[in-house]
Design a protein around this ligand. Structure first.
Ligand SMILES: Cc1cc2nc3c(=O)[nH]c(=O)nc-3n(C[C@H](O)[C@H](O)[C@H](O)COP(=O)(O)OP(=O)(O)OC[C@H]3O[C@@H](n4cnc5c(N)ncnc54)[C@H](O)[C@@H]3O)c2cc1C
Length: 393
């Protein structure tokens, strides 16, 4: 197990710093001029993703043997934080591929990794992760999508709800029940490719925020999946794949919350420096300064928790899931609070589409809902406390 001191060192390798500068440059050039239009018209960010791809950034989290740059979770954290400062929707559209890839990365066979991780890393394939169902959101163990073995195929039936990149993605990792008698332990994960017979999509959901990322149902009607597309080729391991995926992706969601909060904070400071009331710029009022101080402090807390959770996840630490839940909970609530204060500091102008804080405020809310609501993160943290405290003297 890693030493505590190693787990608190957040130094970034210089080559990752350089990648960060490149990501920021692309965001300034490609996202800023387009984000209001993409939001208004729900345009999927194909052009922006193409620019990341041209710059060799699509493979940021994937291992080198599959064509990635091998930065792993550090790469996801860096990407999510910077891109979400500019547009959480773009980050969600990009990161849904990584989310779809994680069950394969954690549990796939060598052949599955070669085919799909290389496809994602090269930017040729867009991915999606299908766990949630209309009647199984927080209550994942109650999911009912079924996968029945028939000869050399599995026949999938069911509906997945709120799936990011549904309809856009080339590859879907879909969780379904292979052995009902085992309850949630009878769940498996399948790789379903676009064009598979019996796979279709619901309507584009009309969302209040992250509107450039597309969300639809995934509908499986006698969908025939070849047995070689069962992740890891072993049935009934889906619960572990889902748990490993969410534990390792939550720090990246926390990073996106930190990024959104930084973006909203910067907008608030910029505005407060130039908005004049009572004969001075509003940044000179102590009440405004205190709001900014609170925002900056909360961001710093959330950022440190996020980096620490990422370190624990990368080290495979036994408490990684707890720290991931804490970071996701703290950072997402921070993003909502900071976006709210940033809008408040814009007064009436913040309530219009003339300033980016209006969009940031709408976008922020999803952070406390997807990949486990704040209540579910607290349940997870509390479960750890109950377990750990049983051995306290
Ligand atoms: C825009 C968007 C994109 C998404 N993308 C994906 C995706 O790509 N893939 C995917 O699989 N899913 C995705 N989701 C689904 C998302 O993860 C779920 O919406 C989320 O887990 C909550 O489930 P639910 O919406 O069914 O809410 P519910 O589970 O019905 O929760 C309703 C309320 O009850 C509370 N609650 C429920 N159970 C408990 C409990 N035990 N204790 C305390 N409070 C509780 C919740 O916190 C919440 O406040 C997405 C959702 C959205 C909105």
């Amino acid at each position: 197990m890693s030493k505590h001191s190693d787990l608190l060192d957040f130094t970034m390798p210089p080559e990752l710093e350089e990648v960060g500068a490149l990501i920021r440059e692309i965001c300034e050039k490609e996202i800023v001029p387009r984000r209001a239009d993409m939001d208004e018209h729900e345009k999927f960010p194909y052009e922006v993703l193409a620019k990341f791809n041209e710059a060799g950034i699509s493979g940021i989290m994937y291992p080198e043997e599959y064509g990635g740059t091998g930065f792993g979770l550090s790469g996801s954290i860096l990407f999510s934080e910077i891109v979400s400062e500019y547009c959480l929707g773009v980050n969600t559209a990009f990161s849904a591929t990584s989310l779809g890839a994680l069950p394969i990365q954690h549990g796939g066979t060598e052949d599955q990794k070669k085919k799909y991780l290389s496809g994602f890393a090269s930017g040729k394939m867009i991915g999606a992760f299908g766990l949630t169902e209309p009647n199984a959101g927080s209550d994942v163990p109650s999911l009912s999508t079924s996968a029945e073995k028939k000869g050399d195929r599995y026949i999938l039936n069911g509906t997945k709800q709120w799936i990011t990149n549904s309809g856009v993605a080339d590859v879907y990792t879909i969780f379904a029940i292979t052995d009902k008698s085992k309850g949630p332990r009878g769940m498996s994960c399948f790789i379903v490719e676009k064009g598979t017979k019996g796979l279709s999509y619901g309507k584009l959901e009309q969302k209040m925020g992250i509107r450039c990322s597309h969300t639809r149902q995934v509908i499986l009607e006698d969908c025939e999946v070849p047995e070689e597309n069962l992740v890891g080729l072993k049935p009934n391991r889906g619960f572990i794949h889902a748990f490993q995926t969410l534990s390792s992706s939550r720090p990246a969601v926390a990073a996106s919350a930190v990024g959104l909060a930084i973006g909203a904070f910067k907008e608030a400071v910029k505005y407060a420096r130039q908005r004049e009331q009572f004969g001075k710029n509003i940044i000179n009022f102590q009440a405004v300064q205190h709001m900014l101080a609170d925002m900056a402090t909360r961001i710093e807390q959330a950022r440190l928790m996020t980096y620490r959770a990422a370190k624990y996840a990368m080290a495979g630490h036994s408490e990684a899931a707890k720290y991931s839940a804490m970071a996701k909970y703290a950072a997402s609530e921070t993003a909502v609070a900071v976006a709210n204060d940033a809008l408040q500091l814009h007064g009436g102008y913040g309530f219009t589409k003339d300033y980016p804080v209006e969009k940031m405020y709408r976008d922020a809310k999803i952070l406390t809902i997807y990949e486990g609501t704040s209540q579910i993160q607290k349940n997870e943290i509390a479960a750890h406390i109950v377990k750990e405290s049983a051995t306290w003297k």
